[in-house]
Write a protein that binds this ligand. Sequence first.
Ligand code: 0R9
Length: 640
Amino acid sequence: MKEENKAHYNDNDIQVLEGLEAVRKRPGMYIGNTNEAGLHHLVWEIVDNAVDEALAGYCDDIEVEIGKGNVITVKDDGRGMPTGTNAKTGLSTIETIFTVLHAGGKFGGGGYKVSGGLHGVGASVVNALSDWLEVRVYREGKVFYQRFENGGKPVEPLKVVDECSVDRTGTTVSFHADPTMFETTVYNWDILYKRLQEMAFLNKGVRITLIDQREDEKKAIFHYNGGIIEYVQMLNKNKQVLFDDVVYVEGREDDIAVEIAMQYNDSYNPSIYSFANNIHTPEGGTHEEGVKQALTRVINNYAKNAKLLKDNDDSLTGEDVREGIAMIISCKHPNPQFEGQTKTKLGNSEVKKIANDIFANGFERFLMENPDAAKAIVDKCMTASRARIAAKKARELTRRKTALDGFNTIGKLADCTSKDASISEIFLVEGDSAGGSAKDARIPKTQAILPLRGKILNVEKARLDRALGNEEIRTIITAFGTGIGDEFDLDKLRYNKIIIMTDADVDGDHIRILLLTLFYRFFRPIVETGHVYAAQPPLYKVVYGKTIKYVQSDEELAEYRATLPTSAKPLVQRFKGLGEMDAIDLRETTMHIENRVLKRITVDDAMAADKVFSDLMGDEVLPRKEYIEQYGQFASNIDA
Ligand code: 0R9
């Protein structure tokens, strides 16, 4: 920079000057990472901008298309981005939006940006990470167009390329992710489906269409005039509900909007999902704390006033009042602070009281106006309370028993000799025979083996007291050392890694899903802090001359074959299950730290597993029938 220019720059300009090059150098800083999740982040950024236009009240139709070659096109029918010149940059507003990293979200003036985490820098970040991007704006009877290439470099300035009807307004953005920046540039229909549906639930009235134009064409339309009420209805779709109406409360204070929808079902588990500015907050935060506190207080007060709870009865706890609840909490804040390990916890302290007040007022009124529903809720909470007290007794028994038995006699656990949790691992192995091979293959100092026989109890249909009656579950609890329920203590975890090792078949999937459901329900912090993994045993062993190669999939096998001479006749052994592997195979491929491939289980994975069961175990017959059709006779075990 020239000396005479220096004086003109202030802090804001320096932020504006940061080039797109910075994004390409450290993409992780802007989109988390460059794997599949990072790739999809590009779509969220563009969709967020369209959703903001919808929230401003000017757009009701958003279309997301996955085109051939994984080109993404996002269209909205809003006002169209402004086509004038930006005084500060001297460039068109559109070029500025797509090439300059802005510090704040108020760039275009008007209301605050609600959606997304990047606060207005989204479009330029997407451009920086694309090998090409095109924007078309329909406004004032004209079609404005600009194309960028090679990480956001404009090919030409913005220009008018066509005319259109004056009634037609909107913005269309197409881009292709730069393959040199991402591990993969292939979009996943399910990921887009889930998030766009969530967006449509969270922003009532907005119609979002998803179209896949790649191989077989697919299309989904998400349009919910009931917003999060319909979200709760979907959560309870396969369940018996305690009362028909979904409780819905909304309110606003100091520009902070809070919306809650909830309904009880006949399950024993809470399904509470909270969002801040349309971002899922699995770690919770002040919005969730406020609502949960209000829920407990309002139900206790109601139960006491209505003489359903006697003066000498214990109060209902948070756990009691959340049993079987399906609840969505959505907060929209002009300046959200995200905290926590994965930055998915809302930190703004003022939100707690606001959310608490808004929900308490609305819910109190609901109870007054719906005495039958109110009585059903209180009855359910009181049953939960009695079960909790019974579980506490059962737990005390378990504790006494293990104190007598000592660790080495718990079930069939072959424990590791080290007492240092940071280097210890436990393998949860499907079946006694694989358990035997694993015991031979392990490093006894750091690797513990727990063979699991039979089916783990499905905790979807069981309260804690019944779960504690299941021997396999008791063994797992005792081995982990953390305790369970309100006694859970992560610091007492005896292993750094908990590795689920099951066959790569339907039964193996089932056991893995059951374990994940168990962890999700009763040991969630273990999943949240990244202690749970799935082992990835190979599918084939290929012996060619003196080389032995283990491969994980049919595709990998084909790839390996392609590297061999055409005349080669390698010996290919397919492992039908872990039980077919001997200790050496198992050590070499699945257990030895140097060679093995572990998949870390995320809260989302566990949540998805949990959903499989809540859909399956509900009272509706259809999902179970579909599952049985898909998975055959094995599924008869799911009623465990
Ligand atoms: C297909 C994805 N859609 C968008 O990216 C999109 C951005 C956008 C927009 C406006 C309208 N539609 C849009 N779609 C807009 C905003 C404002 C005024 N007129 C139109 C305003 O905020 O005042 N813009 C988002 C940012 C900007 N426009 C701006 F900064 F260029 F003004």
